[in-house]
Design a binder for this molecule. Structure first.
Ligand SMILES: Nc1ncnc2c1ncn2[C@@H]1O[C@H](COP(=O)(O)OP(=O)(O)OP(=O)(O)O)[C@@H](O)[C@H]1O
Ligand SMILES: [Mg+2]
Length: 276
């Protein structure tokens, strides 16, 4: 067959009228007709892959003291969750195991489908540096470095060149509203501002997961509220955020709450009643 009718069919898709005696029925069905944008978009809407999971995790310290008892939980990409529970219930232990800072006594930890337990220590460190950011109650900023230097320092182990680290550090400070404080030392910043620098340090390298252990614990209510505002904003921009807090009011601002009691998950708002 000649090429002319084929060209005519393409024109048909773009809205140009074509004479029926030129276009045969088979030629009307071109790829551009069957490809519907909605069909392409649908799979990305339904897929919410698990980014971090614990399966039957047990953590026992010498004593013996069993701090986590068969903990299983899945957190999906893009979720934001608060872990709540009384002091000593195992929250920090659970976050340390999820963040592959610590190993469970038994059970499995998966990050993005990868069995973190089977990885050698060097690979675990690399996975941590590339995929996970941490924020702690005490900020842990170096007092002799400016805000931007503290943030850039956090990317040292990612193999990012110095000037790029600095650029990313400035961008991260901007994301937490601290562009104007970039050259201040930690001692010249308020507690809330120091914690926002710590958040900038945690996100500057573009982690997929951000863990925060009592990030508002050392702050007054107003500063704590603002820190949570920024954590929620970071989550809305696509980073999975998991926060430990004692404060039920702050926890309720997250779309998912996981309650820990005596080393066990006793409630999870993402698990419908009757599911567990
Ligand atoms: N390295 C360790 N060696 C021995 N016991 C530990 C160790 N780390 C934690 N524990 C114990 O495990 C239990 C749970 O500790 P964890 O720090 O996880 O609690 P938490 O829920 O974070 O408490 P808090 O709200 O006070 O921070 C506690 O009884 C604690 O004393
Ligand atoms: Mg703790």
């Amino acid at each position: 067959m000649s090429e002319a009718p084929y060209r005519e069919s393409v024109l048909d898709v773009t809205g140009t009228s074509v004479s029926p005696d030129v276009v045969t029925p088979t030629l009307v069905v071109t790829p551009r007709v069957v490809v519907n944008p909605a069909v392409v978009v649908t799979p990305t809407l339904v897929v919410n892959p698990t980014l971090v999971s614990l399966t039957d995790v047990v953590k026992t310290y010498p004593g013996p003291l069993t701090v986590l008892k068969d903990v299983s939980v899945e957190i999906g990409a893009g979720e934001e969750a608060a872990i709540v529970g009384p002091s000593g219930s195992g929250k920090t232990t659970m976050l340390s195991i999820m963040g592959i800072l610590d190993r469970p006594t038994s059970g499995q930890v998966r990050i993005d489908g990868m069995d973190a337990g089977s990885l050698p220590e060097a690979d675990r460190a690399q996975l941590r540096a590339e995929v996970i950011g941490f924020v702690f109650q005490q900020f842990f900023l170096l007092p002799t470095l400016s805000a931007v230097e503290n943030v850039a320092e956090g990317m040292l182990y990612q193999g990012i060149r110095r000037h790029v680290r600095r650029q990313k550090a400035l961008e991260a400070l901007d994301r937490v509203g601290l562009s104007s404080r970039a050259h201040h030392l930690p001692g010249q910043l308020s507690g809330g501002e120091q914690q926002r620098v710590a958040i900038a340090r945690a996100i500057a390298g573009g982690p997929r997961l951000l863990f925060a252990d009592e990030p508002t614990g050392a702050l007054d209510q107003t500063s704590g509220h603002m820190v949570v505002d920024y954590l929620l904003q970071i989550a809305s921009e696509g980073t999975t955020v998991v926060v430990i807090t004692h404060d039920q009011g702050l926890a309720s601002r997250f779309s998912r709450q996981i309650s820990l009691l005596d080393g066990q998950i006793v409630a999870d708002s993402a698990v419908a009643e009757g599911d567990s």
